[in-house]
Design a protein around this ligand. Structure first.
Ligand code: PD2
Ligand code: ZN
Length: 279
């Protein structure tokens, strides 16, 4: 009887390769585990070939959103509002923005989100579904893109500011952190090596940029950290941090997290931008 090559077997083969085992030693391990030699060779060849193609694709930079910073402006025209440039960093590409939202807009988002909050889910990388994530102890909800006048206004402002179509954005996500809650460092792009990623990418390709907007001001803690470069952005109401990543790779140095809230609470809205139209 012919044995079938399962997604679990493919994933295991990739893990072995990542850990530095040679194809010959992986083949031996598979034979010892009862795999027929011809099936094991075919599984190895197909899986490693596909994996190498994915790796190569992940290295190719793509165009990303971003404001026009030629001439070092201190203010940017976001259509219905001027937004302050507080700080910029080239690598990783990070821009700290002042006054992206008014106090009324921050409060409006919190009040619209409050009755819809549930323990935050993250995308399940194995299947492309959603799951509870112990690294993310906040509560969250998603607005539909364009679901209210307020949401549309903010989406149009971000699109104009970072020169990226509204349709390429995911719906706004609101997160609420209580004291002790945090979001451990992570990348916002989808890991090309995870088996669920091809499913996720069907809805608009990779994420290429993030805007985290601070809707209130915790009394202590709750900054957004970039551990690779020792940067921490203070959560100031109405301000935002923008960062982009032109490939789904740690070389972008966009590892980032939400530091634990120590006193008070923290509300943020996150906008993720995709390569193509997000459906
Ligand atoms: O709340 C934050 O500061 C934060 C940190 C890292 C939010 C996100 N990531 C996110 O929503 O992706
Ligand atoms: Zn994030």
């Amino acid at each position: 009887m012919s044995q079938s090559i399962t997604p679990e077997l493919r994933q295991w083969i990739i893990e072995q390769a990542r850990e530095g085992h040679t194809p010959e030693s992986v083949l031996e391990a598979m034979r010892a585990a009862g795999w027929q030699t011809d099936v094991a060779i075919r599984a190895l060849e197909e899986t490693l070939e596909r994996h190498l193609q994915q790796q190569a694709r992940a290295q190719v930079p793509v165009p990303v959103p971003g404001p026009d910073l030629t001439g070092g402006p201190t203010c940017l025209d976001a259509g219905d509002r001027m937004v302050e440039v507080i700080a910029t960093l080239g690598n990783p590409r990070v821009i700290v923005l002042g006054g992206l939202l008014s106090v009324d807009e921050c409060e409006g988002l919190i009040e619209a989100a409050r009755p819809r909050m549930a323990r935050s889910l993250t995308v399940q990388t194995q299947t492309g579904g959603e799951e509870f994530n112990p690294d993310r102890t906040s509560q969250g909800m998603f607005f539909q893109r364009g679901e209210s006048e307020l949401v549309s206004r903010i989406e149009a402002r971000i699109a104009r500011l970072v020169c990226w179509p509204v349709e390429h954005g995911e719906g706004l996500q609101v997160l609420h952190y209580r004291p002790g809650a945090e979001y451990k460092p992570h990348y916002d792009y989808f890991d090309p090596d995870e088996p669920g990623t091809p499913t996720i990418l069907k809805r608009g390709g990779q994420r290429v940029a993030t805007v985290v907007m601070y809707l209130n001001q915790p009394q202590q803690g709750g900054g957004t950290t970039f551990p690779d470069v020792g940067l921490e952005v203070a959560p100031v109401q109405g301000n935002a941090v923008f960062f982009s990543y032109d490939r789904p790779h740690p070389a972008t140095r966009t590892l980032h997290g939400g530091a634990p809230v120590i006193r008070g609470e923290k509300w943020v809205a996150t906008k993720w931008l995709r390569e193509r139209v997000f459906t």
